[in-house]
Design a protein around this ligand. Structure first.
Ligand code: TRP
Length: 451
């Protein structure tokens, strides 16, 4: 059975694929924004604490279910519960969430691909902010171009996913993730040696405990769950391909560390540059598409920086869209018993259709407006504020309250291969602590949005 579904061939492959899923637009686009809105270093250090105290038990919960059952999001819950139980709905919610995210994330991923293309054909060699603004507005307000690039992105994702877990997802992640790290380290080294970079670094690393407010903590909780791809059975699905002899704790720690490293390195690349030109206010959603190309252009090797930035974004987004698609395909092929090719084709066509609607809604096409805002915004809002936390809390409560402790111990020790430590702390944190933090963090966000 597990052979037919495929599996990761090596621990490195499993880690590369999961890091690929975790590292995405969340690290490169969202993290710097969160940093600048939440006081820099205060957010950074709180985030590091959160990924260990919240992220680690949360990720282990998904891993325990996935590797134990070796099934997809829906199949896993069905296998672990008696007939008639409704827990499998967590899996269904996850598949729906994956589909929504795959569609709208691919739109932005398409933009990054377009910008990569532009930066290579040297549009950004001597740009001033006006040219960049014109390019941005021209692109985003067009109908056809953004859809075209979304299409290309989905096709590339489909091409990789259709080759299977091992020959597609694992092989490409093993190739792309190391490239991404090498590029990141090189450009960070260049960025910190630039004159005027020190104030940016101070903003990032100079920590004052008094800056850590409840808002900072709750933002860090939300960001850590999203960045580690938790809450929609993504890590659950990937772990169903992991070997029984891998240590789940070690694998999680690798993923968490590497994901955090990317977020930090990206910030080290961005903040010194932004501070060096005194554009602190530049960290807004348009940062990567509008501000950075302008800032980079005024720096030595700016064109190179821009190409590297968009290469990083494209790789990061691609290894994440692969994981969204894999959740859906694993469900269709496993539970629906569909052929992999057919599952990928159906998922891609559907994502392209919904992705096009999202894209047109950003352009401002009136029929794709819901409650006075774009379908894109509505889907993003629904996924981040409702579907992900609901799925995530469901997963945590399931592991904490419904799963047999013996299974949890078996998985965490990989059948006695590794020593079990802090098991009671783990169980109580997934029963109470982590779900409470997730619920409070999202309620807080919902209340502050509605005010
Ligand atoms: N973690 C990715 C990012 O930072 C996005 C992502 C991939 C994700 N898979 C996920 C987010 C599952 C939530 C759940 O961009």
């Amino acid at each position: 059975m597990s052979e037919a579904r495929g599996s990761f061939r090596s621990t490195f492959g499993a880690i590369a694929a999961s890091v690929g899923s975790a590292v995405g637009l969340g690290n490169i686009w969202k993290f710097p924004q969160e940093l600048s809105e939440n006081g820099g270093a205060a957010f950074l250090y709180t985030y590091l604490v959160c990924i260990l105290l919240i992220g680690l038990p949360y990720m282990l919960s998904e891993f325990i279910i996935g590797r134990h059952t070796r099934l997809s999001a829906v199949g896993a819950f069905k296998k672990l519960t008696p007939k008639g139980s409704k827990w499998y709905l967590i899996g269904i919610i996850s598949v729906i969430t994956s589909f929504l995210i795959l569609s709208f994330y691919s739109v932005i991923a398409g933009w990054t691909l377009h910008y990569l293309y532009l930066s290579i054909v040297s549009f950004f060699k001597e740009p001033d902010s006006k040219t960049i603004e014109t390019i941005y507005t021209g692109f985003v307000s067009g109908y056809f171009k953004p859809i075209f690039w979304t299409f290309i992105f989905i096709v590339i994702t489909a091409f990789i996913v259709v080759s299977g877990v091992n020959r597609g997802v694992e092989r490409w992640s093993k190739f792309l993730i190391p490239i991404m790290f090498v590029l990141l380290v090189c450009v960070c080294a260049m960025s910190v040696t630039m004159p005027g970079s020190s104030s940016g670094l101070r903003f990032l690393f100079d920590f004052k405990l008094s800056d850590v407010t409840p808002q900072v903590i709750l933002s860090a909780v939300r960001q850590s769950a999203f960045s580690l791809s938790l809450g929609m059975c993504c890590m659950l699905t990937y772990s169903s391909y992991m070997s029984r002899s891998d240590s789940l704790v070690k694998t999680s720690l690798w993923i968490i560390t590497l994901d955090a490293m990317v977020a930090i390195l990206i910030s080290v690349m961005i903040f010194p540059a932004v501070f060096a030109v005194g554009e602190q206010s530049a960290i807004v959603p348009g940062l990567v598409f509008k501000t950075l190309p302008v800032i980079f252009a005024s720096m030595p090797y700016g064109a190179l920086f821009t190409i590297v930035l968009f290469t990083l974004l494209t790789i990061a987004a691609l290894t994440s869209t692969m994981s969204f698609m894999e959740i859906i395909v694993a469900y269709l092929t496993g539970d629906g018993k569909m052929e992999r090719k057919k599952a990928v084709l159906i998922t891609s066509i559907a994502a392209l259709l919904f992705g096009s609607i999202c894209s047109l809604s950003i352009t401002g096409v009136k029929i794709f407006e819901l409650w006075g805002t774009s379908v894109y915004n509505v889907s993003d809002y629904l996924v981040t504020n409702y579907l992900l936390p609901i799925g995530g809390v469901g997963i945590l409560l399931f592991v904490g309250w419904r799963m047999k402790t013996a299974i949890i111990k078996q998985e965490l020790s990989s059948w006695g291969k590794y020593k079990l430590q802090l098991i009671n702390i783990f169980i109580w944190s997934v029963r109470i602590v982590v779900p409470s933090f997730i619920i409070i963090a999202h309620l807080f966000e919902l209340i502050s949005i509605s005010q």
